[in-house]
Design a protein around this ligand. Sequence first.
Ligand SMILES: Cc1cc2nc3c(=O)[nH]c(=O)nc-3n(C[C@H](O)[C@H](O)[C@H](O)COP(=O)(O)OP(=O)(O)OC[C@H]3O[C@@H](n4cnc5c(N)ncnc54)[C@H](O)[C@@H]3O)c2cc1C
Length: 806
Amino acid sequence: MKTQCKAVVIGGGIAGCSTLYHLTQEGWTDVVLVERNELTSGTTWHSAAQVTNFGMTQTMVGLKSHSIALYKELAEDTDYPINYHYADGGIRLANTEAQMDGYRQFASMARGMGVEFEVIDAAECARRHPLISTDNLLGGLWDPLDGDIDPAQLCQALARRSRKAGAEVYRDTPVTGLTQKRDDSWIVHTENGDISCEVVVNAGGYRVNEVGAMMGVQHPVTSMEHQYFLTEEIPAIRDADHRMPLLRCPISDYYCRQEKQGLLVGFYEQSCKTWGMDGIDPNFVNALCPDDLDRVTDVLEGAFARMPALMETGIHTVVNGPITYTIDGAPLVGPIPGKRNAYCIIGLRAGVGEGGGHGWLLAQQIVHGEACYDTWVIDPRRFTGHATVELTALKAIEDYQNEFRFHFPHEHRPAGRPMKTTPLTPVLAAEGASFAVVNGWERLDYIKPTADFQETHGFRFNETFDVIAGEVATVQNAVGLTEVNGFNRIELTGRDVHDFLDRMICGHVTRKTGRVGLGYLLNHHGCLKSEATIANLPDGSVWYGSAAASEFHDRDWLISHIRDEEDVRIKTLTNDWTILVLAGPKSRDVLSAVSRDDWSKEAFPWLRVRPTTIGIAPAMVMSVSFSGELAYEIQVPNAHLYAAYLALRQAGEAHGMRLFGTRAVESMRMEKGYLHWKADILTEFDPYETGLERFVKLNKGDFIGRTELIARKEAEERKKRVILRIDARNAPAHAGASVMQNGFVVGTVTSGDWGHRVGANLAYAFVDRSVLSNSDGLTVDILGTAFAAVLETTPLYDPDNLLVRS
Ligand SMILES: Cc1cc2nc3c(=O)[nH]c(=O)nc-3n(C[C@H](O)[C@H](O)[C@H](O)COP(=O)(O)OP(=O)(O)OC[C@H]3O[C@@H](n4cnc5c(N)ncnc54)[C@H](O)[C@@H]3O)c2cc1C
């Protein structure tokens, strides 16, 4: 066994084998996989092993396409062929129009990744899958490449190729401990000796938290028991001239695929069970949980009704095994928060199908620092301090119970709420607030017009349209107040803070006390990493503010770049302070009524910061705006938040002040051309492509990503972010929707919403450069219909920023 190598991957299921293989493909061949037992002896061996192309984001579709292409290539390898039923096709069923809309949206999104799904009606579903009834069925989504694979053969094939490329695989080698050295490299302790390495990867499957504990980490991953059964031969299948397509059913929560001449049917029952929360028997190897088909009778009935043939056949095997879940259903693939040189590929609930793609994206991140797609949807840093064991279990249960019922836009499911709140949460609830969950925080979404107001979730404009219009009108014509909790706020102190920020940010960093500026951080490829508001406080400290979800991501990025000789200290204030946003032409009047300072345009113009008191509450006020109106962000310590709120509410009465929420902000920021991190600000694009050239200062000296950015600038730009005005009144363009021209996909929408002040349906999209010179016949595919779209060259609302400066 080696004692030294570049990377050690812990775990020999699909996650570990795929990572090992892809590390060799990305150029790291001095790599090792250690497995406590045999390869695939965790969950992988008994997987139903379906391999779908379906995903709800382009990153997921792209990584699954990679799996499919790789598995096909492995299956066709004549030296070591493996069983892969490639492209049997699969149908996701639907019995509501809202689900059908979702499928239309996902088809539009997948087209941009070169994947052609089809939305088909009930009769066509039955034509393609002769065993199903069309009762209570509207139609479905057809995935032409759906199939299934032999999971053990797949892992062996990946291990074999890895070994050929120079990697080594050690079986029967349990990892017993991990030690991080002073230089941030690792020692992996195993029962067969130690291995020193630069990088460790946790691919421990349901033992994820045993491996995590070795480095002091509790990962937000829990296991659920999951069952399927295999039937005897079914004559209609035996006699059919094609294999049956796969089925996934959100109506009755099961999936089904052909296995030999019978069926394999798996269930997501409501009375589901977590597994292994209080520890896992060390001898649970190649093992299963006890069968319990009684638990799934609710789901069985639905499956029998859809496929009557099931009632006439016997069951010969039941499989019940642990399957890992996370807080939002997507796995954790990437850097482990708070650690250096440590990565994970865990929480895979569809790991056999996805594993090829996840290992690919992880290996790219390890070797190159970034993957070819923006990987935020699977980034382990997307969950922060709220990710407790108990919350993870509650969300895992909820997710399992809704396995095939995707989230609708603006849908925030109830389990594990409220998790993060401020003193204002119950106050806003009493005001009729509907909340959205942002990084665990309950954030004011909008104020319900009546106590019994219920939103119908779907992909089209709904009854909230007029509610949001009303909130926007208040902000535009008078003044609105909202709470922005969980905004990521890092206090930077020390002699070298501005030099440090100058190196991290690609544009001008203001050093003047009392000033506020916006900056963009690039990665080592010259593409966008983060967006930050930099505020120079009178006491000499600097506040770095960024999106709530970026808390761990930005913290780790900043800390990892502080040089040994630099005097820069970092303290997070995120959980201790909250922002009250006062926005609208009367906001200055309200602020002046609660604070004795001079808030005139001359004394406190746009982009300034100043400490004050709001009534009796201490606060830090910044003159910044995300709505495009005159606005103030009033940052208040949570202990004083209610006092500040009461003062503002009282002062606001004279000016017609009303509460507004994030939905109204979303509409207004689209009109202003403002971007959202991880919606429009992505690692796939540089600041020029994203339309942020005014925030780049190449001649200011060195900064992270500068050389690479210059090289990108000199090469031809591939894409450009544009603003589109779409001729559709029924629905917004959802992220991922395809922009089309002459029958071809020429772009992808990243954000879309109705602009209430300008009365237009707006979207941002990254489009091919050719569209800039010829945008004739441009359309956006919204829920299966092509709507005409025109390019707007400037933001539609107050493009000269007169209002924010007023
Ligand atoms: C009943 C069922 C049906 C499923 N159906 C599908 C499906 O149709 N399609 C699909 O894509 N997915 C399916 N899945 C999910 C899929 O099987 C898993 O997502 C996948 O197998 C997880 O792979 P893994 O490598 O993460 O974990 P595992 O396969 O569990 O591998 C982890 C490995 O780490 C090793 N390990 C742990 N601790 C240590 C240590 N200390 N030292 C060394 N090694 C260690 C373990 O021994 C194990 O071999 C199903 C799962 C179940 C239970």
